[in-house]
Design a binder for this molecule. Structure first.
Ligand SMILES: Cc1cc2nc3c(=O)[nH]c(=O)nc-3n(C[C@H](O)[C@H](O)[C@H](O)COP(=O)(O)OP(=O)(O)OC[C@H]3O[C@@H](n4cnc5c(N)ncnc54)[C@H](O)[C@@H]3O)c2cc1C
Length: 546
């Protein structure tokens, strides 16, 4: 069939038309929504033998899943809450998430790595409290701990993170967590699901449900690129649309009570000089009692996040208030004076916070994920966090197995290394750095993993190692690669999610847009009018961003 894009060493392009035709078949499971949750479910289901179709309205990870803080973590502030409220459920959630952190780092070694985080302290009394808390956090991971929390005296803390204010500094506590590239991780899960036999389609929306005898038996789908509509039939349908789950639930049942409360989380991207290359900063207490992170990420500095009530929207944008909030806190902790001119990019993501209708205390928001089934059998999976996407998916497929008596084999996604990670050898980066510029070698290894060399051969055969924009590691050949092997269908798919260029350097992304469109037009066979339509759509999107 050729749906699996990697057979042996031969690279076979993914054929979208073939996938569209395959989607008209009958499936065991239809998954709606291609963020972390839906992609995780598709992989879990396909790897356990279910014939699975995954559809995503925009692109994989187009919404919340490409806009996270990019931490693979148990959540230190959740642990603090667990201890303060003697909340065993919360304690266990942190413990489970720390276990998932270990799995995550193991199955995606090219896309997730360890990062040390420094917490600067300006009051002596805070030192034992924070140090003990972080030691407990690491102890909770048991044998899966990835570091040891330790104290640094003021001079060493300042040397380690020179950007922080030295005045009044009493020291710092350092601990370790995981960090990752969320959109590339999402794509790796989708491509692995494809390799496991799932049919995966981006730019295809569910616009209605098919019902028989009051039961959901599939969905009416719409190809967003052509407007063509078709029906997909499935024995089971899962709604994994993140912030949009209530829209789908109400499409199924107009009476359905909303399950979600959404809030916006904004991040700013600053040049790399605002954080050392391998250490992040945890600001332990903001004005509104939250934590804030400043992290090195892809040669830049990522700072976030906020937590403001926000309506569900397809393109949430950072508000002036949120940007000011972040700059104000950074200036409070940084020795450097920061203003808006330092901002290279900024984005907002919507938190899908779930109110569990079965919870006794309805005022309390569920911090874990929930599985809710409607009268017609539509199963909604929502909540959780990126770190726990795999566990959420396993729970969901176990739920289907139990309630539908499917007799499925046990989950093995803890051992299923994602595409790109299987033969990944970090030492290869040094070898590549002898052949390429070090930034390109780093970028290729942490984007394609064990396929970095295959990509290089491909690049040489298709025009060489030409940079898309000077000073940044992205190559023209990556556009062709993304179009052929990674389901990139529009310039934004490439600029935002196959590479992270528009998330990091908005202006550079605007400059790269004409060339990216030109290459995609060659790859996809677009005529001048179609290419111009795609370029305009991307230009409008990039112009809206601050
Ligand atoms: C600011 C912020 C920071 C975060 N940081 C972290 C972190 O550091 N670590 C961590 O572990 N977690 C973090 N999280 C949480 C994590 O990002 C989310 O839990 C996760 O991304 C949610 O994924 P999802 O698939 O449920 O939702 P989404 O990623 O939003 O995916 C839902 C998808 O459904 C699609 N869709 C909607 N309607 C339809 C339709 N009709 N047909 C087809 N498709 C449809 C959408 O286009 C979308 O792509 C953060 C969240 C936020 C907001």
């Amino acid at each position: 069939m050729g749906l699996n894009h990697r057979e042996g060493d031969a690279l076979e392009p993914i054929n979208r038309n073939q996938l569209l035709r395959a989607a008209e078949d009958r499936f065991d499971l239809l998954v709606i929504g291609g963020g972390a949750t839906g992609a995780g479910v598709a992989l879990e289901a396909a790897s356990r033998g279910l014939k699975t179709l995954l559809v995503e309205k925009h692109d994989f990870s187009a919404q919340t899943s490409s806009r996270s803080t990019k931490l693979v973590h148990g959540g230190v502030r959740y642990l603090e809450a667990a201890i303060k409220r003697l909340d065993r459920v919360q304690w266990n959630l942190v413990k489970d998430a720390l276990h998932e952190r270990a799995v995550f780092l193991r199955i995606a070694p090219h896309l997730a790595w360890k990062v040390e985080l420094l917490t600067p302290l300006y009051r002596v009394i805070e030192i034992p409290y924070i140090l003990t808390g972080l030691k407990l956090y690491e102890a909770l991971a048991g044998r899966e701990r990835i570091g040891r929390a330790y104290f640094l005296p003021p001079a060493e803390a300042k040397a380690r993170f020179p950007q922080i204010k030295g005045e009044g500094l009493k020291g710092a506590v350092v601990y370790a967590d995981g960090q990752f590239d969320d959109a590339r991780m999402n794509l790796a899960i989708v491509l692995t699901a494809l390799a496991e036999g799932a049919v995966v389609l981006n730019h295809v929306a569910a616009v209605g449900f098919l019902k028989e005898g009051g039961r959901v038996v599939g969905a009416e789908l719409e190809d967003q690129l052509t407007g063509a509509r078709f029906a997909a039939r499935a024995r089971m349908v899962v709604n994994a649309t993140g912030p949009f789950v209530d829209r789908l639930r109400q499409l199924d049942d107009p009476e359905a009570e909303p399950l979600l409360v959404t809030s916006s989380g904004v991040h700013l991207v600053l040049p790399g000089r605002y954080a050392p290359a391998e250490t992040g900063l945890l600001i332990p207490k903001t004005e509104d009692g939250r934590v804030l992170f400043v992290l090195p990420w892809h040669g830049h500095t990522l700072a976030g996040t906020t937590d403001e009530p926000a309506p569900v929207s397809e393109h949430p944008l950072p508000t002036e208030k949120e940007v000011d909030y972040l700059l104000r806190h950074l200036n409070r902790h940084f020795a450097l004076e920061l203003d808006r001119s330092a901002i290279r990019s900024a984005w907002s993501g919507l938190r899908p916070l779930v109110r569990d209708p079965r919870a006794k205390d309805t005022a309390r928001l569920a911090r874990d994920h929930v599985i809710v089934e409607s009268k017609s059998g539509l199963v909604t999976l929502a909540g959780g966090k990126w770190t726990t996407y795999r566990k959420m998916a396993e729970d969901l497929v176990n739920y289907l197995d139990r309630t539908r008596e499917l007799g499925l084999p046990k989950s093995h996604t803890k051992e299923l290394v994602l595409l790109g990670g299987r033969d990944y050898d970090p030492a290869e980066e040094e070898e590549l750095a002898l052949l390429l510029d070090p930034d390109t070698a780093y970028h290729l290894m942490h984007t394609y993993g064990d396929a970095a060399r295959a990509f290089l051969d491909f690049a040489k055969a298709t025009g060489g190692l030409v940079r898309l924009v000077p000073g940044l590691p992205y190559l023209e050949a990556e556009v062709r690669w993304a179009a052929r092997f990674e389901l990139a269908e529009t310039p934004l798919d490439f600029l935002l999610r196959r590479t992270r260029l528009a998330f990091l350097e908005l202006e550079a992304a605007r400059k790269a847009l004409p060339r990216v469109t030109e290459i995609l037009a060659e790859e996809k066979g677009w005529g001048p009018a179609e290419a111009e339509r795609h370029r305009r759509a991307a230009e409008d999107w990039l112009a809206q961003a601050p």
